[in-house]
Write a protein that binds this ligand. Structure first.
Ligand SMILES: [Zn+2]
Length: 412
């Protein structure tokens, strides 16, 4: 089989999709179910239909474009990613996996390949949490991590429910029907830009993901007592910010305590109330993000932070309350898919780096119901989620080539 990726076409399609944006191009902003998102979906669907894919959408807008295999009863091989984009983002995140997947299917068709299993291109709804506060909304629902009942209750910043917004966007049917059965996919492979600097630094064109790290995130509310910065003397103080400062350092210490490179712990937000120069901080909100590739180790770090919170609360006579927002389990990629990707790299004489995905992706959730793998390509300086995000045409084409070869192997 002589697989040829039409690099120019793939790059020009990525450029064209980048023009469909709520912001002035080259800035890409495509929030789920806005006019730009719906136009981008229609554009991709038209491209899928051009090559004979059968398109279906579920009640939350996950889009399935199927190239029918010769064995209609066999579980399909899936590939794909997302096309929604956070405010002020770039052209490549997610899009490379969708349009690269489409280009891989075209290359297989042109090479005369006939799949036994159907090959399905998936465009997940709302990988980005921008509108409803939950990342990987579509894939969480597909895999049952987020129930239809909980999803229906989600609201955006205007107070509109997911239920109202998705129906207005034209997605009918019951949210209950979104969940896929285990066994729907024989295998799933996602192509994505790395969103980190390793491949570029090592000058290696491809990364094969072996594990996907997952975050636990929480809000930590600290309540002490406010007062006049001159009037309240030091012995009587219950300064919430001083307690927060100690806790932030404990978070750092807990993240380091495992000795594992994959353990990371971050406080990214510190809101101080009332926030005046002459007022003792009475309340502080901290955000907490703890990630690891090992669930037990990550929970160990969370436990240490909880113990430190209790000790600080007691010592400083403040209250510290932790509200857990999510705690997804990390995932291992399927060995047979890692192997298929590696075989394909070797066949095309491309070097690759075994990697950990430090950001999480729709694949993390798909891995709950199907053997899953991810393929990374380099991106300039590791930049992502910003307008100057960039992946080189040759790297994108190499990713699509290895993806095509891998899909062929899995669908045979
Ligand atoms: Zn992405």
């Amino acid at each position: 089989m002589n697989l040829v990726i039409d690099r120019e076409r793939l790059v020009s399609e990525i450029e064209a999709l980048g023009q469909i944006s709520e912001a002035e191009p080259p800035v890409v902003t495509r929030i789920v179910f806005t006019a730009a998102d719906l136009r981008a979906r229609a554009w991709v669907i038209a491209k899928c239909k051009e090559v004979g894919l059968e398109v279906q959408q579920d009640a939350v807008g996950n889009t399935f474009a199927r190239w029918k295999g010769s064995d209609a009863t066999a579980a399909a091989v899936g590939t794909g990613s997302h096309i929604d984009a956070i405010p002020n983002a770039g052209k490549y995140d997610g899009v490379v996996g969708v349009l690269g997947g489409l280009q891989a299917i075209r290359a297989l068709q042109q090479a005369g390949f006939r799949p036994k299993r159907s090959v399905e291109l998936l465009i997940f709804t709302s990988e980005e949490p921008t509108r409803f506060g939950v990342g990987c909304l579509g894939s969480r629902m597909l895999c049952g991590t987020l129930s239809a009942g909980d999803a229906a209750k989600l609201r955006d910043a205007n107070g509109e429910s997911l239920e109202e917004v998705r129906r207005r966007a034209g997605f009918e049917g019951e949210l209950r029907g979104v969940r896929l059965a285990t066994g729907h996919y024989h295998a799933f492979v996602e192509l994505h830009i790395e969103q980190g600097p390793l491949l570029e630094r090592e000058k290696i064109p491809l990364g094969i993901v072996e594990r996907i790290a997952a975050p636990a995130s929480a809000n930590i509310m600290i309540e002490g007592a406010g007062g006049h910065a001159g009037g309240v003397l030091m012995p009587g103080r219950r300064d919430a910010l001083c307690a927060a400062a100690e806790l932030v350092l404990e978070v750092e210490r807990a993240g380091r305590s495992t000795g594992a490179v994959d353990s990371v712990a971050t406080v990214g937000i510190c809101e101080v109330f009332p926030g005046a120069v002459n007022s003792i901080p009475s309340r502080v909100r901290l955000s907490l993000d703890v990630r690891d590739t090992d669930l037990a180790r990550r929970d160990g770090v969370m436990g240490e932070i909880a113990r430190a919170s209790e000790a600080i609360a007691q010592k400083r006579a403040v209250s510290i309350r932790t509200e857990l927002l999510n705690a997804d389990a990390p995932a291992d990629c399927a060995r047979e898919i890692v192997q298929a990707l590696a075989d394909s790299c070797r066949k095309h004489k491309l070097s690759y780096l075994p990697m950990v995905s430090r950001a999480y992706h729709d694949s993390l959730f798909v891995s709950r119901i199907a053997p899953t793998g991810m393929l990374f390509i380099p991106c300039l300086h590791g930049y992502s989620h910003r307008p100057d995000e960039y992946a080189a045409p040759d790297d994108i084409a190499r990713g699509a080539l290895v993806l095509a070869e891998t899909l062929a192997k899995l669908a045979s």
